[in-house]
Design a protein around this ligand. Structure first.
Ligand code: GLU
Length: 468
């Protein structure tokens, strides 16, 4: 295969959608698999809808996920001169023509076609043909430029995801390549860019399938090579509808804010609609090695937060401890926690990470180490009575008196339970309420040994003051 060049070509009109990220990821992986290049091209010709914030959002997302592009970032707005040159040449070569039809005329044709049950289609009034006399040019109309699409025959391509697709040229319009103000249109710029950038594989969402026959005809007219096309299916929400804002987070940076690890999100998105046997967990080098369009499903993929959480939990559990501590510390600092002791953070993470679906949850679960908690009245009512208070008093008196060390606290709790002939929860639960602020946590002995006996005692005394 000749050098593979793929591209991600987002329009900067909003946040970077999770579906777009999957397209970028597959394009990136396919290029890397073949030691090729992955190009980032910002399709910003729609001046009204493109914003600098959206461009930043794309860059941020790409960087966070480390889907690093080869070469510079291309911007269509910086290539306008090139588009004009090609349009000029197409006019000269007879592949394009000026169209002076007014909006009213076009509306009328559309309406007439609809009445006849036909597809709304340009009527070819200004299309030059042999032996055809064109109407007089009206003075008050600024023309658009249309591509002279073949009338006969059909366009066929073998889509790497959807299989063979054939579209009759009859169904296609002479589409506009330059608007009346001279600005080139989307379908035109994409073609010139794919051609100039020597793109070998156009990988994009299947909402672009309709554009493909038009783009192929245009490339053929320009005698440009036709790339391979791979149209990835949509991502659907859990209700089977196209994934959109009302399903919750769709912007990639929201996933960062919600405590997802980039490696987990990439693993999840790659697996969505693609498989390699039963493998659920794989890293990016495995993805690049294993990826094959044969194993991409052509039907829509359904987003599952539960599965994403499961994968995120896996990556959290297996992340390098120092890296994980640094991420958690950052979240705690952002939430105005101070006196953050690195060792305590690391020990606490090791105790809590098994259960965490995301980094925010993990940070929140171990926040009590750094700020004394306040248990709810309901919990206190549920777990405390005179008997509990007496047990606790005994427990802490002994704890203080025996000069116990943090390392032996677990043993101490066990022997306390035995000696007093009580059930384990009778002491563990109230301890949790006082120290953690909830009735659910990993081993309370381990917690005390990380928090320190002194601080546990302090929290107990504080609790007593409020309990009175
Ligand atoms: N700019 C288009 C979009 O954001 C993608 C064009 C393409 O991939 O060909 O939907």
């Amino acid at each position: 295969m000749k050098d593979v060049i793929t591209r991600f070509a987002p329009s900067p009109t909003g946040y970077l959608h999770i579906g777009g990220v999957r397209t970028a990821l597959i394009s990136w992986a396919y290029a890397k698999k073949h030691n090729g290049q992955f190009i980032l091209r910002i399709e910003d010709t729609d001046k009204e809808r493109s914003t600098p914030q959206a461009i930043e959002a794309i860059k941020d997302g790409i960087q966070w996920l480390e889907l690093i592009n080869d070469g510079p970032i291309y911007f269509q707005t910086q290539r306008i001169a090139r588009y004009s040159d090609v349009i000029k040449k197409m006019l000269e070569d007879g592949h394009a023509y000026y169209c002076y039809s007014s909006k009213e005329e076009l509306d009328q044709t559309r309406e007439d076609n609809m009445k006849l049950g036909k597809k709304p289609k340009y009527d070819g009034k200004w299309r030059p043909e042999n032996n055809k006399t064109l109407p007089d040019i009206p003075e008050d109309i600024k023309p658009v430029i249309r591509f002279k699409n073949p009338i006969q025959g059909s366009v066929t391509w073998v889509d790497l995801v959807k299989g063979k697709i054939t579209i009759n040229n009859e169904e296609l319009d002479d589409f506009i390549i330059a608007r009346s103000d001279g600005s080139p249109t989307y379908n035109f710029c994409v073609v010139i860019d794919d051609w100039d950038m020597k793109i070998t594989h156009v990988i994009r969402g299947d909402d672009h399938i309709n554009n493909t026959p038009r783009q192929i005809n245009l490339l053929a007219a320009l005698e440009a090579p036709i790339p391979h096309y791979a149209h990835l299916s949509m991502i659907l929400g859990e209700d089977g509808q196209k994934l959109s804002k009302r399903h919750g987070a769709v912007s990639v940076m929201t996933y960062k804010d919600h405590g997802y690890l980039p490696e987990a999100l990439k693993n999840y998105l790659a697996r969505l609609g693609w498989s390699h046997g039963d493998d659920e967990i794989f890293d990016m080098s495995e993805l690049c090695e294993w990826f094959d369009f044969k194993n991409v499903t052509s039907s829509s993929a359904q987003f599952s937060k539960e599965k994403l959480d499961w994968i995120n939990n896996y990556y959290i559990k297996n992340k390098d401890t120092d890296e994980l501590s640094a991420l958690i510390k950052k979240i705690l600092l952002k939430n105005k926690f101070d006196n953050l002791d690195d060792k305590k953070i690391t020990d606490a993470i090791n105790l809590f990470k098994e259960r965490a679906n995301n980094l925010n949850e993990l940070a929140q679960n171990l926040a009590f180490f750094f700020k004394p908690p306040k248990a709810s009245k309901e919990l206190i009512k549920k777990y405390f009575n005179q008997n509990t208070l007496e047990l606790l008093s005994l427990f802490f008196k002994d704890l203080e008196g025996h000069g116990l060390s943090e390392a032996t606290i677990d043993e101490y709790i066990k022997s306390f339970v035995k000696l007093n002939e009580i059930k384990f929860p009778s002491i563990a639960m109230p301890l949790r309420i006082i120290i953690v602020g909830t009735d659910q946590s990993p081993s309370v002995g381990s917690i005390i040994s990380i928090l320190s006996i002194d601080e546990s005692l302090r929290r107990y005394n504080e609790f007593l003051k409020q309990y009175d």
